[in-house]
Write a protein that binds this ligand. Structure first.
Ligand code: FAD
Ligand code: NAP
Length: 617
């Protein structure tokens, strides 16, 4: 796959091209456009102590496309922070006790001892109610829905009736699940599940654990789908017929039309040997990381992320293409060109057939996560428990993870797809941060700490070179423009909370001319736990704008540096701004209580909300 980026002069001519597109062939004809996707894309999963796996019978994807979340979902919109934080907190029983509760919102390596820093409430699970126990139950062949294997269409009236603990149905993205058997296994507790009883829990679910792989976990609890409006607009069938006709209006919700960016559109044209799909984003700040392209068999999928919205071109191509393709972004006109190479030099009458959610423009939070299989190409020790994993994207994928964003890695563990978030890093602190050009852009690096008693990381560690792991589209709320015109950048990281700092640091030092200082305060238990210590010290030596300070919570007696935990005293000494008006950003990441306490301390030190970014799930 070739990647290029260019700018256009006023006449629309390409004036700079990092990597030239394939030489143009003789123009043949011009055409394009269609409509409709959102494959209820593979869900996001999290191996909280419990959740159900997948049956061999009917899956959601075997059903007709669901309607969008039922109306009335606003009624279950949670107060957000209260709900989220109640799930995020930890209980404080002794480590690995029988009642240990792991929250849905992953706190990674948090341990109960850390809880007192900010503990609020706990939802201990009964013995025999772990994730493994749930998996076992779902595989037992027991009828968990009470419908003897039938799948039904559920009306809103019917859904409302099932609102009791022992008879609790919840709708998520148009599919209805009987969650009563799952109640006792839910890491967030029964009460949290009951908040969505007999209603559409999509919003509630998305606010807290949108990435949880509920489709796989709750497959045996699937009752059916909501009997409601058709998934596609009225003119969908018409659009289908005119797939190779002029641009149809994309699927835009009313809310979006009122509040969001204007809907992109697309077109396509061809030469003897090439087919070019052009996406007009109608936005200037479009980059190579704004578009994610996947081509599998005859299915072609290009998702463009514009602010908090996602525009999807998703078609089953009418003819075969070669594996590699190029992606070009004409930044100043917001145009994306995807150049496909035909397998045979024949003229295409149409681009293909629309697939689910093709030509839709919807809030990103309403889209499922799309995964592709990536191959493990290397794994290196970085500290005694942390490794640098390098994954290779398939050649038929274009994916760049934006600075400050994370992806989800997915692995089947005892038959259930388990998903956890990880933040890609550069291969080293000295890799030049530049527009990726082949072959670098096909690799994704991760610094991952292996927790011997963890659920996911030991499995990840078991992977052999050449094995596959699924990688999702990126997510996250860090916006690169937060770094523009920055003078002072402060990074507060604890443990693997260092990972989002890597690209931020690299990007800021390379791309922000106004930058005066970058200071990293890196909290770890011992010296042995410090990730990339010598690289950090070398960088500080090489680039005078960068300073690093290590703070250890359990140092040896030889340690002469700072010790302890994040505290107002440490912060006020560390966070010296040049002047009252200088533009400052403070990024924080680490165990949830660390981040929450840090945020509070920063507010108390009078830093404004705009000056603080905390990395969370
Ligand atoms: P878990 O099963 O979640 O266990 C975590 C810890 O709890 C371990 O110490 C384990 O021993 C302990 N534990 C588990 N079960 C029990 C029990 N019953 N009793 C007592 N203790 C128990 N991590 C990285 O390493 N690199 C990254 O780049 C990264 N990026 C992230 C990005 C985001 C947005 C978020 C939210 C998290 C990120 N994480 C990252 C953390 C990561 O997602 C996982 O949480 C982490 O890898 C632990 O997963 P696990 O399943 O192996 O451990
Ligand atoms: P760790 O080794 O357990 O902790 C790192 C340091 O932070 C240690 O010094 C530790 O002290 C201290 N610490 C722990 N809890 C604290 C608290 N409540 N208050 C103050 N200091 C505290 O860290 P880890 O195992 O690498 O875990 C890193 C965490 O970062 C995980 O929870 C992971 O999920 C999270 N993370 C989040 C993102 C993201 O959201 N984008 C990205 C990467 C990682 P002691 O151990 O001595 O108590």
């Amino acid at each position: 796959m070739e990647i290029a980026k260019r700018t256009e002069n006023g006449s629309g001519q390409c004036v700079h091209l990092c990597r030239p597109p394939p030489a143009p062939d003789l123009p043949m004809q011009h055409r394009g456009a269609d409509s409709g996707y959102n494959a209820l894309a593979p869900p996001r999963a999290y191996p909280a102590p419990s959740l159900p796996p997948a049956p061999s019978r009917l899956l959601p994807s075997d059903l007709p496309a669901p309607h969008p979340p039922c109306p009335g979902s606003a009624a279950v919109r949670s107060p957000g922070s209260r709900f989220a934080s109640s799930l995020r907190v930890l209980c404080s029983p002794p480590r690995r006790s029988a009642v240990f509760w792991r929250p849905w919102i992953d706190d990674g390596g948090e341990k109960e001892q850390e809880a007192p820093h900010n503990a609020v409430e706990a939802v201990p699970l009964k013995q025999g109610r772990s994730l493994m126990d749930w998996i076992r139950l779902t595989k037992s062949g027991k009828d968990l829905t009470g419908l003897k294997g039938r799948l039904i269409e559920v009306t809103e009236e019917e859904l409302k009736k099932h609102n009791k603990k022992d008879d609790c149905w919840i709708c998520i993205r148009g599919f209805v699940y009987n969650v009563s058997p799952y109640m006792e296994y839910h890491p967030g507790g029964e009460d949290e599940l009951m908040r969505a009883a007999g209603s559409d829990g999509t919003d509630l679910f998305d606010q807290v654990h949108r990435w949880v792989n509920y489709e796989s976990m709750l497959k045996e609890c699937l009752v059916g789908r909501m009997a409601m409006k058709p998934a596609f607009p009225k003119d969908y069938h018409e659009e289908k017929k005119v797939l190779n006709g002029m641009l149809p209006q994309s699927q835009v919700t009313d809310t979006l039309a009122k509040e969001g960016p204007s809907s992109p559109s697309y077109d396509w044209f061809q030469t003897d040997s090439l087919v070019t799909i052009v996406i007009y984003t109608k936005q200037k700040d479009i980059n190579l990381d704004s578009v994610i392209v996947d081509h599998r068999d005859d299915s072609f999928r290009a998702e463009t992320v514009i602010k908090d919205y996602s525009y999807l071109v998703h078609v089953a191509l009418s003819h075969e293409i070669q594996e590699d393709f190029s992606v070009l972004v004409v930044e100043n006109v917001g145009k994306i060109e995807i150049v496909l190479k035909k397998k045979e030099n024949t003229s295409w009458k149409c681009l293909g057939h629309p697939q689910e959610n093709h030509n839709s423009f919807i809030p990103k939070k309403d889209t499922g996560l799309f995964y592709r299989k990536c191959q493990l190409v290397s794994k290196e020790d970085v500290t005694h428990d942390t490794k640098l994993f390098c994954l290779m994207l398939p050649p038929s994928t274009h994916l760049e993870v934006p600075v400050g964003q994370h992806v989800y890695l997915r692995l089947p563990i005892t038959g259930t797809e388990i998903v956890k978030p990880y933040t890609p890093v550069c291969d080293s602190l000295f890799s030049e941060f530049k527009e990726p050009v082949l072959p670098n852009n096909i690799y994704i690096y991760f610094l991952i700490k292996i927790y011997p008693a963890g659920f996911f990381t030991p499995e990840l560690d078991q992977l052999q070179i050449g094995d596959y792991v699924s990688v999702s589209n990126p997510e996250g709320n860090f916006i690169i423009s937060q770094l523009q015109e920055l003078e002072d950048l402060f990074l507060l990281a604890a443990g693997t909370g260092f990972t989002p700092m890597v690209k931020v640091l690299n990007y800021a030092l390379t791309n922000i001319p106004s930058l005066r200082k970058v200071k990293l305060m890196f909290f770890n238990k011992t010296e042995d736990d410090i990730i990339w210590r010598s690289q950090l010290e070398k960088l500080a030596f090489k680039d005078k704008r960068f300073e690093v300070e290590f703070v250890l919570s359990a140092p040896t007696s030889e340690w002469s540096g700072k010790q302890g935990y994040i505290s107002p005293a440490l912060l006020s000494e560390f966070l010296k701004r040049r002047s009252d008006t200088s533009k400052v950003l403070i990024c924080l990441c680490g165990p949830t209580p660390f981040t929450e306490q840090g945020m509070k301390m920063l507010h108390d030190l009078n830093f404004s909300k705009d000056e603080i970014h905390s990395f969370t799930a």
